[in-house]
Design a protein. Sequence first.
Length: 134
Amino acid sequence: MENKKIILFDGVCNLCNGSIQFVIKRDNKDVFRYAALQSEVGQELVNQRHIDTTHIDSIILIEPGVAYFTKSDAALEIAKELGGFWRLTAIFNWIPTSLRNVIYDFVAKNRYKWFGKQESCMIPTPELKAKFLG
């Protein structure tokens, strides 16, 4: 897991699971590892960083030993790592974080209503299991 960035996501959210599948397919440099926020590993990583999941419950990007990113900052950092066309999303960094997060929070607040929710966290296929922590 050395030098891998960790994406924590809402494991029961259909939008979040779809987003993780999207990233996995485009992570050609094998930059990321994944864990559901609800998992033991996810909770341990959140607690180590004193992140209040009552305010941030959808996506967190951890760069071990460096920093962690939440909400729209996390999404933009992830897109940057995907390279190619996705690097162009950096233009959104010109929009103030507070404004980006208003939009992010609106989608996050409505994600279950719009995209649905699963009863339990996604179980990765055997091929993808090595990319998931815990």
